[in-house]
Design a binder for this molecule. Sequence first.
Ligand code: GTP
Ligand code: MG
Length: 195
Amino acid sequence: MEIKTAVFAGSFVSQAQFPKDHLPEIALVGRSNVGKSSLINCLANRKALAKTSSRPGKTRTLNFYKVNNKFYFVDLPGYGFARVSKQQKEKWGKMIEDYLQKRNNLVGVIMIVDIRHLPSEDDILMYEWLKYYGIKTAVVATKADKISRGKQLKNFEEIKKALGFHRDDYGAIVSSTSRQGKNELLKIIEKLLET
Ligand code: GTP
Ligand code: MG
C-alpha cells in the first residue's frame, strides 16, 4: 500500500463527534512522547500533518486522519505522562478506553514502544487490555535510528517477551527519522484492514 492522500478529519473527545462514514479505523497507542504522531507523519510522507513535540503530552484529543479515502488513523493521547493532574489522567484514560472498547469501526491497534527501553508497566497493562478485548495489534518499536541494527533485534525480542507478545499479532521495528521499517508497517496496516 502507498499512502496517496491523508487529510486531518478532526479532533474529538467523545463518540457522538466521531466520523459517521463507517470507514475502518487504526488507532495508535503508546506512552507519551514515544513517537505516535511522528509515525503518522512518516507513513503519510508529511512533515506536519500530525502535531509533534519534544515535550510529552502534545496530543490531548482523539485526532482522526482520513487516508486514501479508505480508512482513518486515530492518533490517541499518550499514557504515562507524569506531569499532568490525576484528574486529567483519568479523563484521558477514560477517553482512550471508551474509544478502544466501544468503537465498532476499530479494526486494529498499532501499539508503539521505544526500542531502547523495556515496556513500562503501563505498556504491559495496555497490551494485556488489548488482548483481553480481542483487538488485533501490531507491536511497533520505534526510534530505531537511535541504536545499532544488532541491538535493535535483541531489544525487540526482549520487549516482546516482557509484553507476553501473542504469536498471531504483528511486530515491526521502525524509525520515523530514518524511515526504516516504513514499508513493512504499511504491509501490516494492509493486513489489519483486510480482517
Ligand atoms: P504525545 O502526543 O505527547 O503522546 O507524543 P507522541 O507519541 O505523539 O510523540 P511525538 O510524535 O510528538 O514525538 C515525540 C518526540 O520524539 C519528538 O521530539 C520527535 O521528533 C521524536 N521522535 C519521534 N519518532 C522518532 C524517531 O523515530 N527517531 C527519533 N530520533 N526521534 C523521534
Ligand atoms: Mg502525539
